[in-house]
Write a protein that binds this ligand. Structure first.
Ligand code: ADP
Ligand code: ZN
Ligand code: ZN
Length: 727
């Protein structure tokens, strides 16, 4: 008797056994096909994972599956194996892991069939752009784009290349110049391609080594300062991969913020390039996923979840900015796409390239213990040189001034020289604290253990953790005093200050508030690149891989929270952010300057970073980790619990009692989380630590099934393997 082991998208650890659908040719049953199965009172779309001939349940209790959905597997054995591995490693529900990996259309049971997308095409070929009115810039741009893509383009693609294209598309349609049609392939450029650059010595070494090892697992950490030519290395290796008829998957932290990356790929390769990000709609996702699975697209660039896209012929995996926190999913299935990329490459027997100007301490450690090969690109490619750093001691400045005299002087010089300035501050809004000096009251969120931030644009108080908004208090709710003070600097406040101080300058703010509207970021980038901006002020959004060739001065307004953060990774993150933001300066021909304002100019990690650079900082930070027995020298798992009416300490205490004695695993806590309450849920945690990975996982395997089911009404909990923060 054939028994089908099926994964169901429910929070359950095991597979469920079914009999084959009635009347089916059993040859059609293969792992990797979807099935409709009854479960409780609901029919689910499940994934056939194994076929066996025995079951723990009596055969007469088993129900038959209702029907098969796919005639051919939509996941290969290897891909299914990767998902099983991930479910095991992260101790997460197999059905939910698979559901995370599939596009929503497939989770809903829609056919895995490539169907054409609706898109725009030129209606006639003899377009004379000169006949358009002079000011119809956008219309011309659209026609230009469509001329380059005769097979048609989707609206999403056009919008990502040309912000606010929709009205002009309508106009051109009314004129009869363009039409909507079904297009059957993802956007493809056929324009002239940029050619390879002549590689420098360091680049040549990496490209040669990787290309000599394309047929095996070859994990590489590519440590190259910003602008050292990492992307060029990727491009040339990918060319070799394509020559062998294989596919390349590239992970990036952000696509919408950094369209330049995708542009460079499009300019180099005369084949379709698929992108994968949160703005794709359901159809586009399915389309991209299937084209990759069938080997029709050879280059896929995407954010975190792209790591699950199936590939017919994987040739290489690349993780750009491998240190970036966005690769770790921070809820539910808490996987690290970077780590999955390494495992996936190993299974596929192909190289994996982890690139960064500020590699994570984890990856650096992996190079010293020879798990990864290590290549360095020490110099900036082309003419650009490293920026120069200056530390400004804010204790020597007039109180309450957010910008030091030195920074103001430097800004004036750059403005006079018509160069761009970038100011970084890690806090959005206007002021981070509203307080009464008379009684000491501070405005806190009712639902969180957090202060409310005042926003000048919306003139209200906001909680950045639960999102609640409320009007500004007009008097102190405690002592009724009528004068309240706004303390702390946010992007809006610095912007306001700059506008009064440098009234002639064009100032632009970039944070998640100013970029939340659709296409806002594209507009902003356009303004920056056409040179219409003198001073950019923003949050870490600015640090994400942008090319701002005209920026020659970077001002870091305050980094002190990173120096004394409560997390063991705080200083690593601070250093990465500082170097990444600084890397925006002097990327072209003008030398760059970085001014760092701090109240702790003697902090040893800061001075090491500035005087000796990131590599020496990293070595020092690794020593500290070793002494403190933190990762990468130990392995962690964090059991996070939340409950509504009181802190979930009792639950965690119980969980600890349920743990069996194990010499190799230590349990720390339970303790309240650094943020004790968020959105009305009290938060606490229990930390598991081990010197080796295996005993930790063996321990969890025995322990987890004993815990009561996570329950949204009482106590909900989740286990975070390799947590990236301990909040
Ligand atoms: P990264 O990805 O490390 O930031 P890029 O690959 O974007 O660096 O390179 C930075 C700049 O240097 C780009 O403008 C690129 O065209 C240029 N560049 C890269 N490699 C070379 C090279 N070998 N010769 C000349 N210019 C190069
Ligand atoms: Zn008061
Ligand atoms: Zn809140």
């Amino acid at each position: 008797m054939l028994i089908l082991q099926v994964a169901i998208p429910r929070p359950l650890f095991n597979y469920f056994d079914y009999l084959p659908p009635i009347g089916i040719d059993t040859n059609q049953l293969r792992p990797g096909i979807r099935l409709k199965v009854p479960f409780g009172n609901i029919n689910y779309v499940g994934m056939l994972v194994n076929i066996t001939n025995e079951s723990k349940c009596p055969i007469n209790k088993l129900k038959p599956a209702i029907h098969i959905i796919d005639l051919n597997p939509i996941l290969s054995e290897n891909e299914l194996g990767l998902m099983k591995w991930a479910a095991n490693y992260y101790h997460y529900y197999i059905g939910e892991v698979i559901a995370t990996a599939l596009p929503s259309a497939l989770n809903q049971g829609l056919p895995a069939k490539i169907k054409p997308l609706i898109g725009w095409k030129l209606a006639k070929t003899n377009i004379q752009l000169d006949n358009l009115p002079k000011n119809a810039v956008k219309q011309k741009a659209i026609l230009n784009l469509l001329q380059q893509h005769p097979q048609g383009l989707t609206q999403t693609f056009i919008n990502s290349s040309l912000p606010k294209a929709s009205p002009s598309l309508k106009t051109l349609q009314q004129k009869g110049w363009i039409t909507t049609e079904l297009i059957d392939i993802i956007p493809n450029k056929t324009i002239a391609k940029s050619s390879h650059l002549q590689l420098n010595q360091a680049q040549t070494k990496v490209v040669n080594q990787v290309c000599n090892n394309l047929q095996q697992f070859y994990p590489v950490l590519l440590d190259g300062v910003t602008g050292s030519g990492k992307t060029e290395v990727y491009l040339q290796i990918i060319q070799k991969v394509l020559d062998q008829g294989k596919q390349a998957l590239i992970l990036v932290p952000e696509i919408n913020l950094t369209p330049q990356t995708v542009n460079r790929f499009e300019q180099r390769f005369a084949i379709p390039i698929a992108t994968w990000h949160s703005r794709l709609n359901k159809d586009e996702r399915l389309h991209t996923w299937l084209l990759a699975k069938d080997g029709i697209t050879s280059i896929i660039i995407g954010t975190r979840s792209a790591i699950w896209i199936p590939l017919a012929n994987p040739g290489i995996f690349i993780v750009d900015e491998e240190h970036d926190l966005s690769y770790k999913q921070q809820n539910k299935f808490r996987y690290s796409a970077r780590d999955i990329a390494v495992v996936r490459s190993k299974r596929a027997k192909v190289p994996v390239l982890l690139g960064s100007a500020t590699p994570s301490l984890d990856s650096l450690y992996n190079t010293t213990c020879k798990r990864y090969l290590y290549f360095k690109l020490p110099e900036r490619a082309g003419a650009a040189v490293h920026p120069t750093y200056y530390i400004v001691d804010m204790r020597q400045q007039p109180p309450k001034e957010s910008l030091s005299r030195q920074l103001i002087r430097a800004i004036k010089q750059r403005l006079a020289a018509k160069q761009q300035i970038l100011l970084f501050i890690n806090r959005r809004g206007y002021a981070s604290t509203l307080t009464c000096y008379k009684c000491g009251w501070v405005a806190f969120c009712r639902h969180c253990d957090a202060r409310l931030t005042y926003h000048e644009t919306s003139k209200n108080l906001q909680c950045h953790h639960c999102g609640i908004m409320q009007p500004l208090y007009i008097q102190c709710p405690e002592c009724k005093h009528s004068k309240l003070y706004l303390l702390g600097q946010g992007t809006e406040r610095v912007e306001e200050y700059l506008r009064t101080k440098f009234s002639d300058a064009n100032i632009l703010r970039i944070d998640s508030d100013s970029t939340s509207r659709k296409n806002a970021m594209e507009n902003i980038l356009e303004q920056i690149h056409t040179g219409g901006v003198d001073i950019l002020i923003g949050t870490q959004m600015l640090a994400k891989g942008h090319h701002f060739p005209k920026v020659t001065l970077v001002g870091i307004i305050n980094i002190d929270s990173g120096l004394y953060g409560s997390d063991f990774r705080s200083s690593e993150r601070m250093a990465q952010l500082l170097i990444q933001v600084s890397g925006r300066s002097g990327r072209a021909n003008e030398p760059g300057e970085v001014i760092i304002q701090t109240y702790h100019p003697e902090h040893p990690l800061l001075t090491k970073l500035i005087q000796k650079g990131y590599p020496e900082f990293a070595q020092a930070a690794l020593k500290e980790r070793y002494i403190a027995a933190f990762p990468p020298y130990t392995y962690l798992a964090l059991l996070r619990a939340e409950s509504i009416d009181k802190p979930p300490l009792e639950f965690l205490e119980q969980a600890k009692q349920l743990a069996h004695q194990c010499e190799n695993v230590q349990l720390w806590g339970p303790v309240m989380s650094p943020m004790e309450k968020r959105a009305d849920w009290y938060r606490a945690q229990l930390l598991l630590q081990a010197l080796q990975r295996k005993p930790l996982h063996d321990f969890i395997n025995q322990w987890l099934p004993k815990l009561p089911v996570s329950n949204n009404k009482k106590v909900r909990w989740s286990l975070d393997i390799d947590p990236q923060d301990l909040f």
